[in-house]
Design a binder for this molecule. Structure first.
Ligand code: FMN
Length: 202
């Protein structure tokens, strides 16, 4: 277990970026609940979530004041959360449910949940970090989107040379969509690379 001023370093999470994690919580009957959520790192131990409506996660967190941020490095658990909850299992070695299969996890406290238009902004603070194996590789959509935009960019010249204007314009809009994801979810270095790529489109 690590406790330090910069706890998110141990989870390999960078300030400013949005990571896809699985939040586990306990419902009013004591049952574990797991839901994929995007968490934006905003400080050494602070993160923000957006809850679109009164999700079960939000009501559980409001009731108990605590939950667990589970870092997974595979996409399958997200699928199971949405479609096949029976495939998920939990470790109850602490008083909170930890997702089995998580590569790292952090218990957190709910600080505040405030309504902002169509979502609740949920402000939380992790209290410790537990790394099960290796260096965690949390999932951030900015990485796959930057990769996608690079792949599409390298195909642009090919279609331009063939004079396929419709394909060129489709590719450009696809690239812009991916760059937008980098802008919304990436950390500063990735965002600056995305800006460079965007300039090359004109
Ligand atoms: C990768 C991924 C990220 C998600 N991020 C969020 C999120 O940030 N906020 C949110 O309200 N729902 C998000 N969702 C949808 C919720 O996980 C899903 O609607 C869930 O069933 C609602 O939460 P609940 O089960 O706690 O009610 C996400 C889904 C996926 C697959």
């Amino acid at each position: 277990m690590a406790k330090s001023l910069r706890m998110f370093n141990f989870l390999n999470m960078k300030v400013g970026a949005l990571y896809e994690v699985i939040i586990t919580s306990i419902d009013d009957r004591g049952r574990p609940h797991a839901a994929p959520m995007g968490v934006r790192i905003v400080g050494d131990s602070a993160f923000l979530m957006k809850s679109y409506g009164e999700t079960r996660t939000l009501s559980n967190l409001k009731a108990l004041g605590r939950g667990v941020l589970n870092v997974v490095d595979e996409v399958e658990p997200f699928f199971y959360c949405i479609f096949e909850q029976s495939k998920l299992s939990f470790d109850w070695s602490t008083e909170l449910p930890v997702l089995r299969g998580a590569v790292a996890w952090s218990p957190f406290n709910l600080l505040e949940a405030s309504k902002k238009g169509d979502y609740y902004e949920v402000s939380c603070s992790i209290t410790s970090v537990h790394v099960k194996r290796g260096k965690p590789k949390p999932l951030c959509r900015a990485e796959s989107s930057l990769l996608e935009s690079l792949i599409h960019y390298t195909r642009l010249r090919y279609y331009e040379d063939l004079g396929l204007k419709e394909e060129v314009s489709k590719l450009k809009s696809l690239i812009l969509q991916h760059l937008d994801i980098v802008e919304r979810t990436g950390w500063p270095r990735l965002k600056s690379l995305a800006k460079k790529l965007k300039k090359k489109l004109h």
